[in-house]
Design a protein around this ligand. Structure first.
Ligand SMILES: [Zn+2]
Length: 347
């Protein structure tokens, strides 16, 4: 289905769509074009929302990777309820907006939905109850850099009509990008800068430069959300960034330390269930003596995976927002996190 087809308002009234895909699949560009098409070329009104994780400068706008921008209301990702207040205000608008329109909204486009807290699901449900005829479009990354469902997009993909975009694998062989179309976003870490214990690969950056053995695939235990540094528009080269979000097909995809992280997580869970007692740090250290970044993995498990650390032992959190792993953006935890003086920090 062509995204521009959603400008046929009368035909799609009351429906909810999820537009998903990896980075560089032009989700935002297509959304901006649709928003413009409706506001400029039809008698209907469309509104865009983004959130404060995506919009680093807090300005009310969205920008596509290719640089096309559009006005959009920025709301806090951690408090999506603000969306309802703004919709109510816009519905009651008596003065003309930038396109010379006021009153009833027909389409609402939400950009970067993957970053919203799980409250977003209730907000969408509420909008559906109050404004049953509005067309809702939820765009966002389908998967995080670990190929897990990203934030609320797993929910969106199964509850809305899904339109899935793809983009081209940027891993290079003999100096040329692989190019295979894929759904997966990969995150690369600057090998020179972080000395991560992972072999670097060749990569084509978004400006077309070959970055030869300068970046490796990021490690499974790195934080889910790390905002990419802003591009240096003059240099047109991504080589100096700490991390790059890009695209990799399944043939080239790597997730270093996935098995080690999952083995340790499973060990703590099983030991805890078996003994009904917190698992001593010493026990974990003995069991996984040979696992190199053990401390980093334990920090990850206690900050993003429902394991809790206190009094030198690991237990399981009784309530963890986002029970299914990777299905929700991790709640901000401020206790029970294992924080040794890390020998090697990768953030
Ligand atoms: Zn590939």
């Amino acid at each position: 289905m062509q995204i521009s087809e959603l400008s046929n308002i009368e035909f799609y009234r009351g429906q909810t769509f999820a537009i998903t895909g990896p980075v560089h699949s032009e989700k935002t560009l297509d959304s901006i074009l649709l928003n413009n098409r409706i506001n400029i070329h039809t008698p209907y009104r469309s509104l865009m929302f983004t959130n404060d994780i995506n919009s680093r400068d807090g300005k009310d706008r969205v920008a596509s990777a290719a640089g096309l921008e559009s006005g959009a209301k920025t709301v806090p990702a951690s408090n999506p309820w603000k969306i309802l207040d703004f919709i109510e205000q816009e519905q009651a608008r008596e003065t003309l907006d930038a396109h010379g329109k006021k009153g009833e909204l027909h389409v609402i486009i939400f950009d970067e939905c993957n970053f919203y807290s799980s409250d977003f699901i209730d907000v969408i449900d509420r909008i559906r109850l109050i404004y049953s005829k509005i067309i809702l479009i939820l765009t966002g990354l389908n998967y995080n850099f670990r190929r897990e469902q990203f934030g609320i997009m797993g929910w969106a993909n199964s509850n809305a009509k899904k339109i899935e975009l793809e983009s081209n694998c940027k891993v290079a062989k003999w100096g040329k990008p692989c190019g295979k179309l894929t759904q997966y976003t990969a995150r690369f870490i600057n090998f020179e800068k972080y000395k991560a214990p992972v072999k670097p690969v060749d990569l084509i950056d978004k400006y077309g430069n070959l970055l030869k053995q300068q970046f490796s695939f990021d490690m499974f235990f790195s934080p889910t959300i790390i905002v990419e540094e802003t591009d240096d528009e003059k240099k047109k080269n991504e080589e100096n960034k700490g991390r790059i979000y890009s695209v990799a097909c399944l043939e080239h995809f790597q997730l270093p330390f996935e098995k080690e992280t999952k083995d340790i997580h499973l060990f703590i869970r099983e030991e805890y269930k078996k003994t009904q007692h917190p698992v001593k740090l010493e026990t974990v250290k003995n069991e996984f003596k040979k696992t190199q970044p053990l401390d980093n993995i334990l920090t990850f498990l206690t900050s993003e995976r429902g394991v809790m650390f206190s009094e030198d032992s690991f237990s399981l959190r009784t309530f963890y927002k986002g029970v299914g792993e990777g299905h929700y953006t991790p709640a901000q935890l401020n206790n029970g996190i294992y924080m040794p003086g890390l020998e090697k920090e990768f953030v």
